[in-house]
Design a protein around this ligand. Structure first.
Ligand code: MRU
Length: 354
């Protein structure tokens, strides 16, 4: 079964759908050539879908894991009300191990776990947990809309922006973080140009960011990742606007590999760097970016382009999929609770206790 499956009607805001007691994910591995949903009936299937990048992007992974917890608890309770709580642990661990860098995954699991701890022993957990997962989903959309407005306010009329990876509706509960700012700034007529890095090796920029922006009728120019510095030198960029997978207590930012590269080039050209992320992306338990676990994926992703193998046989491959941009290179972290200019530990702590 496919939810709302008229490919012409599906938008990036429909990427995570709970329907008829099942979870459907818009398959981000095949967009934009195919618009298809993957149906998930268990937490194990949900964890695999996260690992295999059916869904990706930090907040979207968190929302998906929350629905995965509903599936885990429902299955355990249906198998017998006694000790259902201890019987979900193996599947919750699978969800936890599905990807390491985006902290939103662990944040969402913790929030669902807190509710599980508060339920009565013999209570059917399904409806209460589903309500919580839906709340996490809706709160993320609301946070993105708030950040869209806050971030757009920082951008002067006539600005040109560049983004990296996909930090849009697909990567979140809906609307997007970095793309939320771009959507809001475009709506207020402020943007004179939007550039998107293609983002090797998964091509989230070429496939997903371009698809989302064009669905929204926002003109976008794609470029190879290595072209960004030349674009900046030609005076074509005012702001780098990106999302994040985890922000450490001192304001260091982990995001898609190539973000650091972009920030280095931006600082060389005296351009501004904006990071847009909900507070569920901020991990105050890690003092700096050096402690953020960086996922290293299979080298086969670098050896091929799409399904086609392109690399010479025998070359070693290094495939870290995130990097860390030091706080000192970030001009503003935009969250739903407010904007942190020139982030440091003191300002991050102040934001998080508010
Ligand atoms: O490997 P991915 O596609 O999950 O990486 C996603 C990113 O790095 C995004 O830029 C980040 O999650 C911010 S999404 C709102």
């Amino acid at each position: 079964m496919q939810p709302r499956f008229d490919p012409e009607q599906v938008t990036a805001d429909d990427a995570i759908v709970w329907q008829e007691s099942k979870l459907f994910l818009l398959d981000q591995r095949v967009l934009p050539q195919q618009v298809a949903f993957v149906e998930l009936n268990s937490a194990t299937e949900t964890a695999n879908a996260i690992t295999e990048m059916v869904v990706r992007g930090a907040p979207a992974i968190g929302v998906t894991a929350a629905y995965g917890m509903v599936l885990a608890a429902r299955a355990a309770y249906q198998a017998g009300a006694v000790q259902w709580r201890s019987r979900i642990r193996a599947e919750v661990d699978l969800l936890r191990r599905s990807r390491p860098t985006a902290v939103n995954l662990f944040w969402a699991i913790k929030r669902m776990d807190q509710l599980i701890g508060a339920l009565a022993d013999d209570e059917d957990p399904t409806e209460r947990l589903l309500t919580e997962a839906k709340a996490i989903h809706q709160e993320d959309i609301a946070a993105n809309r708030a950040m869209g407005d806050l971030g757009a306010e920082l951008i002067a009329a006539g600005s040109k922006v560049i983004t990296h990876c996909n930090a849009g509706a697909l990567a979140t509960g809906g609307y997007g973080t970095a793309l939320g700012v771009i959507r809001s700034a475009f709506k207020s007529g402020k943007l004179a140009g939007v550039y998107a890095d293609e983002t090797r090796p998964w091509l989230q920029g070429a496939r997903l960011t371009a698809w989302e922006l064009l669905q929204d009728r926002i003109p976008v120019t794609l470029l190879a990742d290595g072209a960004a510095a030349s674009l900046m030198r030609q005076g074509e960029v005012d702001w780098v606007v990106v999302g994040s997978d985890r922000i450490a207590a001192n304001g260091d930012v982990a995001n898609k590999i190539g973000t650091y590269h972009l920030a280095v080039a931006a600082k060389h050209h005296q351009l501004k760097v904006m990071v847009v992320a909900p507070t569920s992306t901020i991990d105050m338990s890690l003092p700096s970016g050096a402690e953020i676990p960086i996922e290293v994926r299979d080298g086969a992703e670098i050896e091929s382009c799409g399904d086609k193998r392109v690399a010479a046989d025998g070359a070693e491959v290094w495939n870290p999929v995130f990097d860390v941009t030091p706080a000192g290179m970030v001009d503003a972290i935009v969250t739903e609770k407010g904007v942190v200019h020139a982030p440091n530990e003191e300002k991050m702590r102040k934001l998080m206790i508010n």
